[in-house]
Design a binder for this molecule. Structure first.
Ligand SMILES: Nc1nc2c(ncn2[C@@H]2O[C@H](COP(=O)(O)OP(=O)(O)OP(=O)(O)O)[C@@H](O)[C@H]2O)c(=O)[nH]1
Ligand SMILES: [Mg+2]
Length: 520
């Protein structure tokens, strides 16, 4: 059998949003050209798809890094950037998505189901989209947001129609070899089989998969003999075949005591929900449809043991088959009974899927906002940093807006200030007792920005990381006073107003000059 990879770590990088464009329409003999910078395209998502034709996670083992394409930047003449393409990653049905700490995020149980594991960044608005009656010719555009970058563990629990369960050396591997093309290792010592083998069985035109699971021993449900690892693989199957060893030489074992011991382990194993007619349900392993196969009846002692125990097992309502994996005795009858069990299970499953009207659908495993631990609007907390108060603002909106801002452009910073003020942040700062000059951080320490708070003034914004140009903190001179800053702000505001007036003038005279298009 091919290599069995059932756990892999993948690194997903969604596409970045394209930047919006700052541009002004230029047309000969048409004086009133407006802003015509297009929006940036959105970055592509990374999407897992449960694909019934895929059986292993091997591809991701070889290439664990996956990236979706970026959105293109907007251009002049109202040309919007193309969206990045989604990257689809087909995975087997039954793949469990976990975070790198091992927490289960999602379980891909339905064929066709799609899950967004990394969201592409939003494209930035171009200056055309930012125009308003108040701001007729914006000299800035918004930046695209970087795509999400996340690592996941994908884990595949064997999905087979039927699992063979039994003590070590009961003959499970011999049985799967006898009824399918699978060629597992067979040996006379416990735990020969360490990873499940899958075989495809054909019985009267019905094809189904059988998993040969490593041997189970008493205590398996508590982890004995790697029991939990092994039972994990039984979990996804809809039916079981108990393979009972009629030829064991151990005097304290016989098919009945083996059966009881294994049922105890199966019932003690804590299952995860599976899909049934009644929706998702927890069905203990021992409550799933099952058949009993008493193996090794080619041995004289084995046949005698089968004769002695068969009636007792049947009296419990079990369907019992006497077989020999070695001499191939009784295999056809067993195969047809397995096929019948599978057919029933599949019919029930089809009904269950039909009953779930809105499946399959695309879901996002966890809203980005929640996984980054930030509220939808905003929260304000006060922290103490080197005896100076620091106000921290977290929130989906304000953090996104900060990421969209080109801090080299005063008008863009002014726009950010307007947005923050409208959200009520200014007011909240006042109410929290913030005083002019206090530090205000929007976002976390890594990607956030820090301001010296000046009410209705955010032009002093500096990036925490990658300071632009000259960082006043590094300059030897004294920090500007509030008065100076206010003056500076007023100056720039006046300068902007002058530029606008000038533009307006030029527009009217039919003469167009583009201005300040140093945005991307
Ligand atoms: N005589 C006889 N021996 C058998 C039969 N089936 C299996 N055996 C022998 O029993 C031993 C164990 O068989 P396996 O098929 O490896 O048993 P298993 O249940 O897969 O064992 P684990 O993988 O360790 O759980 C081997 O020596 C087989 O040849 C049978 O029908 N008759
Ligand atoms: Mg085996």
């Amino acid at each position: 059998m091919s290599q069995f990879i059932d756990r892999v770590t993948v690194h997903a990088t969604a596409g970045n949003g394209g930047h919006g464009e700052t541009s002004v329409r230029r047309e000969k003999f048409k004086p009133l050209g407006g802003p015509d910078g297009g929006n940036g395209g959105h970055g592509g998502n990374i999407i897992l798809v449960a694909d019934p034709d895929v059986t292993t996670l091997l591809d991701y083992h070889h290439q664990p890094h996956r990236k979706a394409t970026n959105g293109e930047p907007g251009r002049g003449d109202l040309q919007h950037g193309k969206n990045g393409e989604n990257l689809y990653m087909p995975v087997p049905v039954g793949t469990v998505i976990k975070d790198t700490d091992g927490n289960i995020l999602h379980d891909m149980v339905t064929a066709g189901e799609e899950v967004i594991i990394a969201e592409g960044g939003t494209g930035g608005a171009g200056n055309a989209a930012l125009a308003s009656p108040k701001r007729k010719a914006p000299g800035f555009a918004l930046l695209g947001i970087p795509g999400e970058e996340r690592s996941f563990v994908l884990e595949l629990k064997t999905v087979a129609d039927i699992a063979l369960v039994g003590f070590p050396s009961a003959g499970k591997s011999s049985l799967i070899a006898a009824i399918s093309a699978a060629r597992p290792k067979i040996a006379d010592y416990p735990f020969t089989t360490l990873v499940p083998n899958l075989g495809v069985v054909d019985a009267g035109g019905i094809r189904f998969t059988v998993a040969d699971v490593p041997g189970l021993i008493p205590g398996a449900s508590e982890g004995k003999g790697l029991g939990l690892e092994f039972l994990r693989h039984v979990e996804r199957t809809h039916a079981l075949v108990h393979v009972l060893d009629a030829g064991t030489l151990e005097s304290d074992r016989d098919p009945i005591s083996d059966y009881d011991a294994l049922e105890k382990e199966l019932s003690a194993y804590a299952v995860e929900p599976i899909l049934t007619e009644a929706g998702e349900q927890l069905i203990a392993l021992n409550e799933r449809p099952q058949l009993v196969a008493i193996n090794k009846t080619d041995l004289p002692d084995g046949q005698a043991m089968a004769d002695m125990t068969r009636a007792e097992l049947e009296s419990r309502g079990l369907r019992v088959f006497e077989i020999s994996a070695v001499s191939r005795k009784g295999l056809d009858e067993l195969k047809y009974a397995m096929a019948q069990l599978v057919t029933e299970a599949r019919e029930q499953l089809a009904e269950a899927v039909a009953a779930q009207e809105d499946l399959p659908q695309t879901i996002t495993i966890e809203p980005a906002r929640r996984r980054r631990g930030r509220p939808k609007e905003f929260s304000l907390t006060e922290e103490e940093r080197s005896l100076k108060p620091l106000f921290r603002i977290r929130g989906d909106k304000p953090e996104r807006w900060v990421a969209q801002t080109n801090f080299d452009n005063d008008e863009a910073v002014g726009y950010l200030a307007d947005r923050l003020e409208r959200l009520g942040i200014e007011k909240a700062l006042f109410e929290a007792g913030a005083r002019p000059g206090d530090a205000v951080v929007i976002g976390d320490d890594e990607s956030g920005v820090v301001f010296d708070w000046e009410p209705t003034m955010t032009t002093g914004a500096e990036h925490l990381t990658g300071p632009r140009g000259a960082d006043p903190r590094l300059e030897g001179r004294q920090r500007p006073t509030r008065e100076e800053k206010r003056q500076d702000y007023a100056d720039r505001k006046a300068a902007r107003a002058a530029t606008r007036a000038e533009m307006e003038q030029e527009r009217r005279s039919g003469l167009w000059t583009d201005y300040d298009s140093d945005n991307e």
